[in-house]
Design a binder for this molecule. Structure first.
Ligand SMILES: [Zn+2]
Length: 407
Protein backbone atom coordinates (compact mmCIF):
# COMPACT_ATOMS: atom_id res chain seq x y z
CA UNK A 1 0.00 0.00 0.00
CA UNK A 2 1.29 3.50 -0.68
CA UNK A 3 2.87 4.72 2.51
CA UNK A 4 1.73 8.22 1.78
CA UNK A 5 -1.83 7.20 2.44
CA UNK A 6 -1.01 6.04 5.94
CA UNK A 7 0.83 9.19 6.79
CA UNK A 8 -1.48 11.50 8.67
CA UNK A 9 0.30 14.49 7.23
CA UNK A 10 -0.71 13.46 3.73
CA UNK A 11 -4.36 13.29 4.58
CA UNK A 12 -6.37 16.03 2.95
CA UNK A 13 -7.67 18.24 5.66
CA UNK A 14 -10.94 19.91 6.13
CA UNK A 15 -10.92 22.92 8.28
CA UNK A 16 -13.51 22.63 10.98
CA UNK A 17 -15.83 19.66 11.17
CA UNK A 18 -17.01 19.22 7.72
CA UNK A 19 -18.15 15.84 6.52
CA UNK A 20 -21.33 13.94 6.06
CA UNK A 21 -20.15 11.07 8.23
CA UNK A 22 -20.52 13.13 11.31
CA UNK A 23 -23.07 15.83 11.66
CA UNK A 24 -22.17 18.07 8.75
CA UNK A 25 -22.63 17.70 5.05
CA UNK A 26 -19.51 17.60 2.89
CA UNK A 27 -20.68 20.68 1.11
CA UNK A 28 -20.17 22.59 4.33
CA UNK A 29 -16.43 22.03 4.19
CA UNK A 30 -14.53 25.27 4.11
CA UNK A 31 -11.08 24.02 3.25
CA UNK A 32 -11.84 23.71 -0.43
CA UNK A 33 -14.47 26.40 -0.54
CA UNK A 34 -13.34 29.53 -2.28
CA UNK A 35 -13.72 32.77 -0.46
CA UNK A 36 -17.30 33.84 -0.98
CA UNK A 37 -19.14 37.08 -0.55
CA UNK A 38 -19.74 36.35 3.12
CA UNK A 39 -16.02 36.02 3.78
CA UNK A 40 -15.36 39.20 1.82
CA UNK A 41 -18.03 41.08 3.75
CA UNK A 42 -16.83 39.63 7.06
CA UNK A 43 -13.27 40.79 6.53
CA UNK A 44 -14.35 44.16 5.19
CA UNK A 45 -16.51 44.73 8.25
CA UNK A 46 -13.65 43.63 10.48
CA UNK A 47 -11.03 45.79 8.77
CA UNK A 48 -13.21 48.86 8.91
CA UNK A 49 -13.96 48.41 12.60
CA UNK A 50 -17.66 47.78 11.94
CA UNK A 51 -17.90 44.44 13.76
CA UNK A 52 -18.96 46.11 17.04
CA UNK A 53 -21.66 47.93 15.06
CA UNK A 54 -22.94 44.64 13.64
CA UNK A 55 -22.80 43.20 17.16
CA UNK A 56 -24.91 46.04 18.50
CA UNK A 57 -27.42 45.79 15.65
CA UNK A 58 -27.78 42.03 16.10
CA UNK A 59 -28.77 42.58 19.74
CA UNK A 60 -31.54 45.01 18.83
CA UNK A 61 -32.86 43.97 15.44
CA UNK A 62 -33.74 40.90 13.43
CA UNK A 63 -33.80 40.59 9.67
CA UNK A 64 -36.14 37.90 8.40
CA UNK A 65 -36.56 36.77 4.82
CA UNK A 66 -39.84 35.54 3.45
CA UNK A 67 -41.48 34.57 0.22
CA UNK A 68 -40.05 33.25 -2.99
CA UNK A 69 -38.33 36.54 -3.74
CA UNK A 70 -36.71 36.40 -0.28
CA UNK A 71 -37.86 39.85 0.68
CA UNK A 72 -36.38 41.26 3.86
CA UNK A 73 -38.24 42.46 6.92
CA UNK A 74 -36.46 44.30 9.71
CA UNK A 75 -37.97 44.23 13.18
CA UNK A 76 -36.88 44.95 16.71
CA UNK A 77 -35.80 41.95 18.78
CA UNK A 78 -38.85 40.90 20.76
CA UNK A 79 -37.18 38.30 22.98
CA UNK A 80 -33.95 36.45 23.61
CA UNK A 81 -32.37 34.01 21.19
CA UNK A 82 -30.16 31.14 22.26
CA UNK A 83 -27.29 29.71 20.22
CA UNK A 84 -25.87 26.25 20.84
CA UNK A 85 -22.50 25.87 19.14
CA UNK A 86 -21.69 22.39 17.87
CA UNK A 87 -18.12 21.13 17.72
CA UNK A 88 -16.56 17.71 17.30
CA UNK A 89 -12.82 17.52 17.84
CA UNK A 90 -10.16 20.10 18.69
CA UNK A 91 -6.97 18.93 17.02
CA UNK A 92 -5.52 18.07 13.66
CA UNK A 93 -3.92 14.63 13.75
CA UNK A 94 -5.35 11.21 12.91
CA UNK A 95 -8.90 10.12 13.67
CA UNK A 96 -11.29 11.72 12.98
CA UNK A 97 -10.02 12.19 9.44
CA UNK A 98 -13.07 14.15 8.37
CA UNK A 99 -12.46 16.99 10.73
CA UNK A 100 -9.72 19.24 12.03
CA UNK A 101 -9.75 22.29 14.21
CA UNK A 102 -6.51 23.98 15.12
CA UNK A 103 -6.37 24.54 18.89
CA UNK A 104 -5.31 28.14 18.25
CA UNK A 105 -8.45 28.72 16.18
CA UNK A 106 -10.60 27.15 18.87
CA UNK A 107 -8.95 29.41 21.45
CA UNK A 108 -9.70 32.47 19.33
CA UNK A 109 -13.33 31.42 19.13
CA UNK A 110 -13.64 30.83 22.88
CA UNK A 111 -11.94 34.14 23.61
CA UNK A 112 -14.42 35.90 21.31
CA UNK A 113 -17.35 34.22 23.02
CA UNK A 114 -16.05 35.19 26.44
CA UNK A 115 -15.53 38.80 25.41
CA UNK A 116 -18.74 39.38 23.49
CA UNK A 117 -21.43 36.94 24.58
CA UNK A 118 -23.14 35.64 27.67
CA UNK A 119 -21.90 32.04 27.71
CA UNK A 120 -24.01 29.66 29.78
CA UNK A 121 -24.15 25.94 30.41
CA UNK A 122 -26.54 23.86 28.34
CA UNK A 123 -28.61 23.24 31.47
CA UNK A 124 -28.96 26.97 32.11
CA UNK A 125 -29.84 27.55 28.48
CA UNK A 126 -32.59 24.92 28.66
CA UNK A 127 -33.94 26.58 31.77
CA UNK A 128 -33.94 29.96 30.03
CA UNK A 129 -35.77 28.50 27.04
CA UNK A 130 -38.43 27.22 29.43
CA UNK A 131 -38.48 30.33 31.62
CA UNK A 132 -36.83 33.33 29.91
CA UNK A 133 -34.97 35.42 32.46
CA UNK A 134 -34.83 38.61 30.47
CA UNK A 135 -31.05 38.39 30.36
CA UNK A 136 -31.01 38.42 26.55
CA UNK A 137 -28.93 36.44 24.09
CA UNK A 138 -26.89 33.50 25.32
CA UNK A 139 -24.54 30.92 23.84
CA UNK A 140 -23.79 27.36 24.96
CA UNK A 141 -20.93 25.18 23.72
CA UNK A 142 -21.29 21.48 22.88
CA UNK A 143 -19.06 18.74 21.50
CA UNK A 144 -20.29 15.56 19.84
CA UNK A 145 -18.71 12.09 19.96
CA UNK A 146 -16.15 12.46 22.77
CA UNK A 147 -12.79 12.43 20.98
CA UNK A 148 -9.86 12.36 23.36
CA UNK A 149 -8.30 15.53 21.99
CA UNK A 150 -11.03 17.39 23.85
CA UNK A 151 -9.10 16.45 26.98
CA UNK A 152 -5.76 17.34 25.43
CA UNK A 153 -6.60 20.54 23.57
CA UNK A 154 -10.09 21.80 24.44
CA UNK A 155 -10.12 21.42 28.21
CA UNK A 156 -7.20 23.81 28.92
CA UNK A 157 -8.81 26.46 26.69
CA UNK A 158 -12.25 26.01 28.20
CA UNK A 159 -10.73 26.38 31.66
CA UNK A 160 -8.68 29.41 30.63
CA UNK A 161 -11.76 31.31 29.43
CA UNK A 162 -14.15 29.72 31.92
CA UNK A 163 -16.43 28.44 29.19
CA UNK A 164 -19.02 25.89 30.34
CA UNK A 165 -19.42 23.05 27.86
CA UNK A 166 -21.27 19.80 27.31
CA UNK A 167 -19.64 16.74 25.71
CA UNK A 168 -21.91 14.08 24.22
CA UNK A 169 -20.41 10.61 24.66
CA UNK A 170 -20.96 7.48 22.58
CA UNK A 171 -21.37 4.87 25.31
CA UNK A 172 -19.84 1.97 23.39
CA UNK A 173 -16.76 4.08 22.57
CA UNK A 174 -16.27 4.89 26.25
CA UNK A 175 -16.80 1.26 27.25
CA UNK A 176 -14.46 -0.25 24.64
CA UNK A 177 -12.11 2.63 23.88
CA UNK A 178 -12.78 2.00 20.19
CA UNK A 179 -13.81 4.57 17.61
CA UNK A 180 -17.23 4.57 15.95
CA UNK A 181 -18.00 2.72 12.72
CA UNK A 182 -17.63 5.72 10.42
CA UNK A 183 -14.18 6.53 11.80
CA UNK A 184 -13.13 2.95 11.00
CA UNK A 185 -14.33 3.42 7.44
CA UNK A 186 -12.29 6.58 7.07
CA UNK A 187 -9.19 4.85 8.38
CA UNK A 188 -9.83 1.86 6.11
CA UNK A 189 -10.05 4.13 3.09
CA UNK A 190 -6.77 5.77 4.09
CA UNK A 191 -4.89 2.46 4.07
CA UNK A 192 -6.75 0.50 1.38
CA UNK A 193 -4.32 -0.75 -1.31
CA UNK A 194 -4.90 -0.13 -4.96
CA UNK A 195 -6.43 2.65 -7.01
CA UNK A 196 -10.06 1.52 -6.64
CA UNK A 197 -12.32 -0.25 -4.15
CA UNK A 198 -15.54 -2.21 -4.55
CA UNK A 199 -17.87 -3.14 -1.73
CA UNK A 200 -20.93 -5.39 -1.49
CA UNK A 201 -24.32 -3.64 -1.63
CA UNK A 202 -22.69 -0.44 -2.90
CA UNK A 203 -22.81 0.42 -6.60
CA UNK A 204 -19.74 0.98 -8.71
CA UNK A 205 -16.12 1.48 -7.79
CA UNK A 206 -14.66 4.07 -5.48
CA UNK A 207 -11.56 5.80 -6.76
CA UNK A 208 -8.58 5.81 -4.40
CA UNK A 209 -5.99 7.42 -6.64
CA UNK A 210 -5.17 10.33 -4.37
CA UNK A 211 -5.62 11.30 -0.71
CA UNK A 212 -8.43 13.60 -1.79
CA UNK A 213 -10.20 10.77 -3.64
CA UNK A 214 -9.83 8.52 -0.59
CA UNK A 215 -11.43 11.05 1.72
CA UNK A 216 -14.17 11.70 -0.83
CA UNK A 217 -14.78 7.95 -1.19
CA UNK A 218 -15.01 7.48 2.58
CA UNK A 219 -17.41 10.39 2.86
CA UNK A 220 -19.52 8.91 0.08
CA UNK A 221 -19.56 5.42 1.60
CA UNK A 222 -20.62 6.71 5.01
CA UNK A 223 -23.21 8.93 3.39
CA UNK A 224 -24.71 5.88 1.65
CA UNK A 225 -24.44 3.57 4.67
CA UNK A 226 -26.14 5.93 7.05
CA UNK A 227 -29.28 5.61 4.96
CA UNK A 228 -29.18 1.81 4.82
CA UNK A 229 -30.70 -0.60 7.33
CA UNK A 230 -28.33 -1.40 10.17
CA UNK A 231 -27.76 -5.07 9.14
CA UNK A 232 -26.68 -4.01 5.65
CA UNK A 233 -24.43 -1.30 7.05
CA UNK A 234 -22.82 -3.81 9.37
CA UNK A 235 -22.23 -6.26 6.51
CA UNK A 236 -20.52 -3.59 4.42
CA UNK A 237 -18.33 -2.56 7.35
CA UNK A 238 -17.37 -6.18 7.99
CA UNK A 239 -16.60 -6.74 4.31
CA UNK A 240 -14.42 -3.66 4.24
CA UNK A 241 -12.39 -4.64 7.28
CA UNK A 242 -12.10 -8.23 6.07
CA UNK A 243 -10.05 -6.95 3.14
CA UNK A 244 -7.33 -5.41 5.29
CA UNK A 245 -6.62 -5.09 8.99
CA UNK A 246 -6.81 -1.65 10.49
CA UNK A 247 -3.57 -0.62 12.23
CA UNK A 248 -4.13 -0.70 15.97
CA UNK A 249 -1.86 2.25 16.63
CA UNK A 250 -4.09 4.45 14.51
CA UNK A 251 -7.14 3.48 16.54
CA UNK A 252 -5.74 3.61 20.06
CA UNK A 253 -6.53 6.39 22.50
CA UNK A 254 -8.77 8.36 20.17
CA UNK A 255 -11.84 8.43 22.42
CA UNK A 256 -12.16 9.86 25.92
CA UNK A 257 -11.47 7.36 28.69
CA UNK A 258 -13.28 7.24 32.01
CA UNK A 259 -10.24 8.76 33.71
CA UNK A 260 -10.26 11.70 31.32
CA UNK A 261 -14.04 12.07 31.56
CA UNK A 262 -13.95 12.19 35.35
CA UNK A 263 -11.14 14.73 35.36
CA UNK A 264 -13.07 16.89 32.90
CA UNK A 265 -16.21 16.54 35.01
CA UNK A 266 -14.27 17.66 38.08
CA UNK A 267 -13.23 20.71 36.03
CA UNK A 268 -16.88 21.58 35.39
CA UNK A 269 -17.48 19.99 31.99
CA UNK A 270 -20.95 18.45 31.61
CA UNK A 271 -21.58 15.19 29.82
CA UNK A 272 -24.54 14.02 27.79
CA UNK A 273 -25.31 10.89 25.81
CA UNK A 274 -24.83 10.31 22.10
CA UNK A 275 -26.45 6.84 22.07
CA UNK A 276 -24.73 3.47 22.47
CA UNK A 277 -23.35 2.98 18.99
CA UNK A 278 -23.98 6.16 16.96
CA UNK A 279 -26.60 4.62 14.66
CA UNK A 280 -28.96 6.37 12.31
CA UNK A 281 -31.89 6.25 14.69
CA UNK A 282 -34.51 6.61 11.97
CA UNK A 283 -33.35 3.22 10.63
CA UNK A 284 -34.16 1.49 13.92
CA UNK A 285 -37.39 0.23 15.46
CA UNK A 286 -38.84 2.15 18.37
CA UNK A 287 -37.65 -0.64 20.66
CA UNK A 288 -34.11 -0.33 19.33
CA UNK A 289 -34.19 3.46 19.60
CA UNK A 290 -35.32 3.17 23.21
CA UNK A 291 -32.45 0.79 23.92
CA UNK A 292 -29.89 3.13 22.32
CA UNK A 293 -31.17 6.10 24.33
CA UNK A 294 -32.01 4.45 27.65
CA UNK A 295 -29.02 2.12 27.92
CA UNK A 296 -26.48 4.81 27.01
CA UNK A 297 -28.06 7.07 29.61
CA UNK A 298 -27.90 4.37 32.25
CA UNK A 299 -24.30 3.42 31.38
CA UNK A 300 -23.05 6.97 31.61
CA UNK A 301 -24.98 7.67 34.81
CA UNK A 302 -23.38 4.65 36.44
CA UNK A 303 -19.93 5.82 35.40
CA UNK A 304 -20.45 9.46 36.34
CA UNK A 305 -22.48 8.87 39.47
CA UNK A 306 -25.05 11.49 38.53
CA UNK A 307 -28.02 11.94 36.19
CA UNK A 308 -27.32 12.34 32.48
CA UNK A 309 -30.00 14.67 31.20
CA UNK A 310 -28.95 15.74 27.74
CA UNK A 311 -28.78 13.90 24.42
CA UNK A 312 -27.37 14.57 20.97
CA UNK A 313 -28.91 12.68 18.06
CA UNK A 314 -26.27 10.96 15.88
CA UNK A 315 -25.85 12.82 12.57
CA UNK A 316 -28.62 15.07 13.81
CA UNK A 317 -30.78 15.81 10.82
CA UNK A 318 -34.53 15.15 11.02
CA UNK A 319 -34.24 12.32 8.51
CA UNK A 320 -31.47 10.82 10.66
CA UNK A 321 -33.19 10.84 14.04
CA UNK A 322 -36.74 10.30 12.79
CA UNK A 323 -40.08 11.75 13.74
CA UNK A 324 -40.74 9.59 16.80
CA UNK A 325 -37.35 9.80 18.49
CA UNK A 326 -37.85 13.16 20.27
CA UNK A 327 -40.83 11.72 22.14
CA UNK A 328 -38.83 8.61 23.01
CA UNK A 329 -36.00 10.81 24.28
CA UNK A 330 -38.42 12.60 26.57
CA UNK A 331 -39.83 9.28 27.78
CA UNK A 332 -36.30 8.09 28.56
CA UNK A 333 -35.86 11.05 30.89
CA UNK A 334 -33.74 13.36 28.79
CA UNK A 335 -34.19 17.03 29.58
CA UNK A 336 -32.98 18.06 26.13
CA UNK A 337 -31.87 16.69 22.80
CA UNK A 338 -29.87 18.60 20.23
CA UNK A 339 -30.05 18.24 16.46
CA UNK A 340 -27.81 19.57 13.73
CA UNK A 341 -30.65 21.59 12.25
CA UNK A 342 -29.12 24.99 11.81
CA UNK A 343 -30.43 27.90 13.75
CA UNK A 344 -31.02 29.56 17.08
CA UNK A 345 -33.60 28.65 19.68
CA UNK A 346 -36.38 30.91 20.91
CA UNK A 347 -38.10 30.85 24.30
CA UNK A 348 -40.54 27.97 24.29
CA UNK A 349 -38.59 25.97 21.71
CA UNK A 350 -39.00 22.20 21.66
CA UNK A 351 -36.24 21.06 24.04
CA UNK A 352 -35.99 17.72 22.23
CA UNK A 353 -35.40 19.32 18.84
CA UNK A 354 -32.90 22.02 19.72
CA UNK A 355 -31.12 23.66 16.85
CA UNK A 356 -27.40 24.27 16.72
CA UNK A 357 -24.84 26.36 14.87
CA UNK A 358 -21.56 25.01 13.50
CA UNK A 359 -18.87 27.64 13.09
CA UNK A 360 -15.71 25.67 13.84
CA UNK A 361 -14.49 26.24 10.30
CA UNK A 362 -14.42 30.01 10.75
CA UNK A 363 -10.69 30.44 11.20
CA UNK A 364 -10.47 34.19 11.73
CA UNK A 365 -11.99 36.40 14.38
CA UNK A 366 -13.56 38.41 11.58
CA UNK A 367 -15.42 35.47 10.06
CA UNK A 368 -16.32 33.82 13.37
CA UNK A 369 -17.73 37.03 14.82
CA UNK A 370 -19.47 37.96 11.60
CA UNK A 371 -21.19 34.61 11.16
CA UNK A 372 -22.27 34.31 14.77
CA UNK A 373 -23.65 37.85 14.85
CA UNK A 374 -25.38 37.11 11.55
CA UNK A 375 -27.12 34.14 13.16
CA UNK A 376 -28.45 36.41 15.88
CA UNK A 377 -29.44 38.99 13.31
CA UNK A 378 -31.50 36.30 11.58
CA UNK A 379 -33.00 35.43 14.94
CA UNK A 380 -34.63 32.24 16.10
CA UNK A 381 -37.56 30.65 14.40
CA UNK A 382 -40.71 30.81 16.51
CA UNK A 383 -41.48 27.66 18.52
CA UNK A 384 -44.47 26.71 16.40
CA UNK A 385 -42.19 26.50 13.35
CA UNK A 386 -39.77 24.26 15.23
CA UNK A 387 -42.61 21.99 16.23
CA UNK A 388 -43.54 21.60 12.58
CA UNK A 389 -40.00 20.77 11.56
CA UNK A 390 -39.92 17.24 12.95
CA UNK A 391 -40.95 15.30 9.87
CA UNK A 392 -38.30 13.08 8.40
CA UNK A 393 -37.70 15.09 5.27
CA UNK A 394 -39.15 18.47 6.03
CA UNK A 395 -35.77 20.07 6.43
CA UNK A 396 -32.99 19.18 4.11
CA UNK A 397 -29.46 20.07 3.18
CA UNK A 398 -30.58 22.39 0.43
CA UNK A 399 -32.35 24.52 3.00
CA UNK A 400 -29.19 24.58 5.06
CA UNK A 401 -27.19 25.63 2.03
CA UNK A 402 -29.62 28.41 1.32
CA UNK A 403 -29.07 29.82 4.72
CA UNK A 404 -32.07 28.66 6.74
CA UNK A 405 -33.40 25.37 7.82
CA UNK A 406 -31.79 22.11 8.72
CA UNK A 407 -29.21 19.80 7.38
ZN1 LIG B 1 -21.77 12.13 16.43
Amino acid sequence: MPAAFINDASTPRTSGCAAVLAEVSPEDSCSSRPANWRDFVAHTIYRTGMLPVLRGISRRYQIRTSGRNRSFRVSRVSGPSFAILCYHRVGTEGIPYYCTLEPSVFEMQMRYLREHFRVVSLGSLCEEIRNPSGSGQAVAVTFDDGYSDLYTHALPILRKYQIPATVYLIADCVRTGEVAWYDRIFLALQIAPGPTLSLPFLPGEFKLGSPEQRTAAATRIVSILRRMPAPVKNKVCSALEAQFALPAEKLAGKMLSWAQIREMRAAGIDFGAHTLSHPVLSQLSDHEVTRELADSKRFLEEGLGEPVLDLAYPFGRPEDYGARTPAIAAQCGYRSAVTTTRGLNAPGADLHRLRRVQLGEQESEASFGFHLHLEFLRGADPPEHLADAGGPLELCREEYQSGRGGQ
